[in-house]
Every structure is written in structure tokens, then in C-alpha cells.
Ligand binder design. Sequence first.
Ligand SMILES: Cc1cc2nc3c(=O)[nH]c(=O)nc-3n(C[C@H](O)[C@H](O)[C@H](O)COP(=O)(O)O)c2cc1C
Length: 397
Amino acid sequence: MQRRQFIRVIGSGAASTLAVASAGSVLTGCSAGMPAEAIEAWRGPDSALANAPDVRHWLLSYAILAPHSHNLQSWIADLGTPNQITLYCDLKRLLPQTDPLSRQIMMSQGTFLELLDMAARERGLRADITLFPQGAFGAGALDARPVATVRMTPDATVQKDPLFAQVLQRHTNRSSYDITRPVPESAWAAMAAAANPAGALPMRVGHVGLDNAAALAEHRRIARDAWRIELTVPRTIMESFDVLRVGGSEIAAHRDGLSLTSPVVVAMERLGLFDRSRAPGPDDYATTSQLKEFDAKMASTPGFLWMVTPGNDRVTQIQAGRAYVRVQLAATAQGLAMQPLSQALQEYAEQKQPYADIHALAGAAGSGSTVQMWARVGYAPAVEPAPRRRLQDFVRV
Ligand SMILES: Cc1cc2nc3c(=O)[nH]c(=O)nc-3n(C[C@H](O)[C@H](O)[C@H](O)COP(=O)(O)O)c2cc1C
């Protein structure tokens, strides 16, 4: 945020300050002030873990780098059974307003399982994953039953996955992209192939690039409409505010959620101008300027990718999460940046129109199919990693 803008924001009142500071910086991913310990997980496991007799901590140190909606990290790894990790979902880490059916939470369990599987392969282990060993969650709500058991068995025939090399490099990138650089067809093909390596998943991956200006414009319009709704529905913007971590000390205390490290935002917080207790109005400068910034980012985006499944049961959602992280790792290998755009995919009433629009655009309307993931793709400068909690915070013995 420029100084002139900052002064205008200050002049427009605390509520506006709140939204500019939060949503704006979440999207821009400002870089100052990230505490080193909050991102230590991205250095990979230390050598003591590599040599430990119980390999499971080493495996988990990679799995916790998985992408998760709002960076909630809802993973509990129970190590009570030898050679096994039983994965539970932390029911205190859900997003009931923006993800009322917990579809994205399930995808975020899938991303974790995929990285766990890749890490096991690195160590010559076959990870036998049994989803929902006590039965799958219902369509509406999660419960305390396990998400999966993962049994590790040494197996000389397991193949390492080349995408594993990208795990420490993968980051969600919310910056402006380079509109002058199209995403090459070979890169789209690599992403699609990564989603479904054995060709066995019922999953369709689509994309649009700079060669289809009309479709690109429609993607940008839907993304904007959906973002405006999320910004202006008080209960949905408040849900994001609840997981905002502003400045080094909050980030260090939580090591999850959406980090704001812009010095300007942190200064506003310290001045008491960052009121996270109520939502800004739709016509506040904060909201309108935020939409403007979002539009500029969409205009900078040379391509969009989507992933569609014919079904939408809990197993499918987990498979979609596994596929998504593979797609993002493949993009990373191609030097590409990626940011999911989940707003239009969300199942709350106010998003009905953008939901219908993106399903129609992705060829998924009227067929019972679900767009599980929609993301912008392009070239952009590198961003810093997102925080992760300590490994022991995920482990239950
Ligand atoms: C199912 C799912 C939905 C997501 N939706 C969004 C989104 O709408 N906007 C966004 O900026 N990031 C989205 N993300 C990315 C997460 O915010 C990101 O993974 C998290 O903040 C951790 O950062 P990292 O991916 O850089 O490790 C999503 C991730 C997942 C797995």
C-alpha cells in the first residue's frame, strides 16, 4: 500500500481500514515481518529426524506442508498404532460459513495424504491408504471418525515421485502475474497429467489461456463477482478476519491462518485502527479499493485451470485434493505460480449465481458434476512461504 492510499484509508475510518488491511494484504502477500520460526518447516526435516528409528515424524514433516484452505492445518496424526498414521480432521479447524459442507476441508485432507504418500515413496515405503476406515462422513457434516489410516510397509518396488522435489518449493502465489507471458501448452499438459497420473481417476482438468480472450474475460468476471460477495457478506468476511494473523507476534503465536506482514498494516494495528470486530460496508473505500486491486490481479492473469469430478462424495473430495496438490507441484516444476479461487465454488446461498456461472463455463452444469478446484495460473516473482505449526502440534500418540 502506498503512503497516499494509507492516508486515505485512515481518513475513511476504522472499518474501512480493516478490510483494506486484511483482504488487500492477504491477496498481495506482503513480505516484511514473517517470523523465522513460523516458516521453519520449509527447511525440511532436520537430520535427527532423517536418522530416527521411527520414520513417521520425517514423513509428517513433509505432509504438513500441504496446501489447506485458509491455511487452517486441520490435520491430526495419531501414531498409536506402530507403522501406521491414522489421520483425523481437527473439528475445531473448520470454515462453516464459507465451506458449509466441508468440501474444501476434505480436499485439504487429500493434499496432506498425497504428500505423505510421496514422502513414504522417498523412503522406500509403500503407503497403503484406507479412506474412512469406520465409514465416510455424511454429505453435510464431519464427525470424529478417522479420515484415513496409512500403513507403511517397506517395499523395494515402490517408485519415487519426481514431483516430491517440488514440495519445499510450492507456495500459493497471490501476486500480480505477468500478462505478457502465456502459459505454454506443454505446461498445461504437464499439470493435467499430474492430476491423474494413472488415468484412473474420474476427473477432468480444463484450462483457458491468452488465446481465448472471451473465455478469459468471463473467468475474470465470475472471479470478481464471487470475491465481491465474499467481501460484502458480513458472516463470510468475518470468518476470514477470525483467522487473520497480523504482524510477527500474532503469526508466531498461531503459525496458521492468513498472515499479514505489511509494515503499514502492522502499524495500523498498533495504532488501534485495525478493528477486526466488525465487517466493513459494501461501499466503504476499503471494499471498493479491494475489488479494484482484485480486478488488477485478475487482469494480470494469463490463464485459469479447473478440475471437475462427476461425483462429489467424500472419497471424491479427498481424491480431488490429492490431484490438486499434484497439479500445483507440476506447475511449480514448470516455474509457474498458482492461486486457487474458491469463492465461486462455495456452497453458501449468496454464491449461487457465481457457482452456477463457473459450473456452466467449466462444462459442469446440469450434469451433477462439481468443479472441485479453480485456480489462476501464470508467471510471477517468488513469494515467501506460509506458516506451519510445529510438527508436534499435529501429533497424537
Ligand atoms: C481446497 C483449497 C482451497 C483454497 N482456496 C484458496 C482461495 O480461494 N484463495 C487463496 O488465495 N488460496 C486458497 N487456497 C490456498 C491456501 O490458502 C494455502 O494453501 C494456505 O494459505 C497455505 O499456503 P501455501 O499453499 O503457500 O502452503 C486454497 C487451498 C486449498 C487446499
